[in-house]
Design a protein around this ligand. Sequence first.
Ligand SMILES: [Zn+2]
Ligand SMILES: [Zn+2]
Length: 164
Amino acid sequence: MVLDLRELIASPGKGLDYEFELDSSDLDLDGVLRYLTPVTVTGRVENHAGHIETRFRISAELICQCARCLKEFPKQLRMEGAAYLTEELEDEDNEDYYLIVDGAADLTEAARDHIILNFEPRLLCREDCLGLCPKCGKDLNEGPCGCGEDLDPRLLALGQLLEK
Ligand SMILES: [Zn+2]
Ligand SMILES: [Zn+2]
């Protein structure tokens, strides 16, 4: 969403609320299979003595795939972010700064960058998911498969190391 900030820029101390939906097809997130709801961004831009700053919340309901056991599970995406909006970029490399062009800023870009940079790289259905047996493929969350007994313990240890 491109937000017109001309009035805000001229009024230090003032704020402006906004809300928009992010196009989830622009988000290529590892492990996310489907979006059950739109990705909603609600936020506020404030002018602090000439510094334009925005804070926002991102929320969505997702269906994800566990990186270990490959099961599908629901997940609530909840994130909070902030960005600075500026009419002149002094340091091109600063990721938290977004340009105000002709008095307007593209807040979609700030929200999308925040999600992509902060999204968990490896989604698990639960912290201690046991995953699948590398030998028979059984879901070890449902109980041991019996392969473990004749697996070389050195190989098992190596497997655990590789996973980290
Ligand atoms: Zn799992
Ligand atoms: Zn097995």
